[in-house]
Design a protein. Structure first.
Length: 133
């Protein structure tokens, strides 16, 4: 059950409209449209992973960006972080049901980007050649 503070906040929201910059759904879209968010959600799609596993899987992500992205996803209820009381510390990350539902939306986007990469590169080449004259 939502706290009284959350109920009050929900009651005072503007009409839900992602095109309205003051609507919280706009902030949600901003979060999920972030490249690192998409890649972390995609990496967590079918397994529980440790931080170092994610760092190895996601080429080009810095420690700072991975940490920030995982914290943001945890705060928004998309990822669960589990810390085990062992030495050295063991920390694992897994998608929540909400995170899994987001993965179902992002998976086709990731597949589309892989499938249409040659088309995009071809379009870029045509554009670059036409504007360099």
């Amino acid at each position: 059950m939502a706290s009284p503070e959350l109920q009050q906040k929900l009651a005072n929201l503007p009409p839900i409209n992602v095109l309205n910059r003051r609507c919280p759904s706009n902030d949600v879209l901003d979060m999920i449209a972030d490249k690192w968010t998409v890649l972390v959600i995609y990496a967590l799609r079918d397994n529980t992973w440790r931080y170092s596993d994610l760092e190895r899987m996601i080429d080009g992500i810095s420690q700072k960006m991975l940490t920030q992205t995982l914290r943001k996803l945890e705060r928004n209820g998309l990822v669960v972080r589990t810390v085990y009381p062992v030495v050295p510390p063991k920390v694992e990350y897994v998608l929540t049901d909400l995170g899994s539902s987001l993965h179902e939306v992002l998976r086709p986007l990731c597949k589309w980007s892989q499938t249409h990469m040659p088309d995009i590169l071809g379009a870029q080449e045509i554009y670059d050649n036409s504007t360099s004259s």
